[in-house]
Design a protein around this ligand. Structure first.
Ligand code: 3AM
Length: 177
């Protein structure tokens, strides 16, 4: 079995820039630079045959290259206390269409549809019980961040969960036209 997700990696220069934000909130678990990405579609554990059909389906997908804009900062509330701290990604039509095409391609080959609304974001940290003033000041300090990057491909990542950080590996990369 292999744990997969479809995403857009960030250029190393932007990863380095974002990882430099990782300060000011006690007990935050910050995403390491190399793991900073945009998830288009989480897949989960699948066997090798399904992984191969996912790859074939994604390889056939056609969509244009576009510019992705990272802007804004916010949180998702998780279970009782877990909080995801993120930078937003603008909901531009080309990104939403790519996400829809990925979703349709995966559903066509028999994967269950994604039940959750697509909220494009880059996870900066996972927080447990953060002191609210520190969290608010982090958000206020980063909410005006804005950076656009060209997106010329998307990637099928595997995710290996171990004791430490998950290890994301680009299993295949699909060019955008
Ligand atoms: O891109 P982010 O960090 O928001 O949280 C996981 C990460 O999201 C998410 O998939 C991305 C790559 O691992 N993820 C992990 N398990 C998940 C699940 N069961 C999940 N998303 C939805 N359902």
């Amino acid at each position: 079995m292999i744990r997969l997700f479809v995403g857009i990696p960030l250029p190393p220069s932007l990863q380095q820039r974002l990882v430099s934000f990782a300060a000011g909130i006690p007990n935050a678990h910050w995403t390491p630079a190399e793991n900073l990405h945009l998830t288009l579609r989480f897949v989960g554990e699948v066997d090798e045959a399904v992984a191969n059909s996912i790859h074939d389906a994604l390889a056939e997908l056609q969509a244009p290259a576009f510019t992705m804009t990272v802007a804004g900062c916010g949180t998702f509330e998780g279970g009782r206390r877990a909080i995801t701290l993120w930078l937003g990604v603008e909901r531009e039509p080309a990104l939403l269409r790519l996400r829809d095409k990925v979703e349709s391609a995966l559903v066509r080959i028999g994967l269950p549809p994604e039940g959750r609304r697509f909220q494009p974001h880059i996870t900066l940290a996972r927080l447990k019980d953060p002191p609210l003033p520190k969290l608010q000041s982090f958000i206020a300090g980063h909410n005006l961040f804005r950076e656009s990057v060209p997106v010329a491909s998307f990637v099928l990542f595997s995710s290996h969960l171990g004791r430490g950080e998950p290890i994301y590996t680009a299993e295949a990369e699909y060019p955008l036209g």
